[in-house]
Design a protein. Sequence first.
Length: 229
Amino acid sequence: MDPFGLAAARFDKPATGPRDPVHPGWPESTPTVRLTTGEKMRLRPLTNRDGADWAEIRLLDEQWLRPVEPTTADTWQEAHSSTSWRNTFSYLRGLASRGVAIPLVIEIDGAFAGQTTIGNIQHGAVSEAWIGYWVHSAHMGKGVATAACALGTDHAFSRIGLHRVTATYLPSNPASGKVLVTAGFREEGLLRRNLHIDGEWRDHHFVAQNAEDHPDTCVARLRRAGRLL
């Protein structure tokens, strides 16, 4: 039975040992870290039971999310209906089962607080993926995005076994750029009009991090800098 489809799946312990040969790093949770607020945070697999929280939070945070997310043909409300969730979840489950993407929930003290996705996973000579994230506005200003990016990147290197992780951010969203730099990413260029965001083709800064760029993990560096307890 596929744990990704189980509404009651908990994934309480981060995985250790050999990687799955088809979808390494899935379905696995990351280790738990403690934010400077004292709250406990981890990334764990997205499951069907997350639909209600996903829709509620994203509807509340439309003003924050719509300007930085891909354009949809539907209204924001339609894009977060129960039907849309079923389609989204089914699509992500398929990608995860093929080892192409890993959709993760940002969980703070056991509650849904956003998402981190590791996508377009490629092994072999390429050995890279991209990382993306969004955080519920109620948790902004706590270092959650930085911690999520660090946990996801460490997961990509240690459990998926990748060599390189990339990310992009809008020139109009320097806060996201700061998150990525703090997590250890470096600027590599500007992608011209590469993604259709909120109704327009938009430029994106392109950043990346290779496994050998730093002698330790992203999380270890955040702890040393006092950004995690």
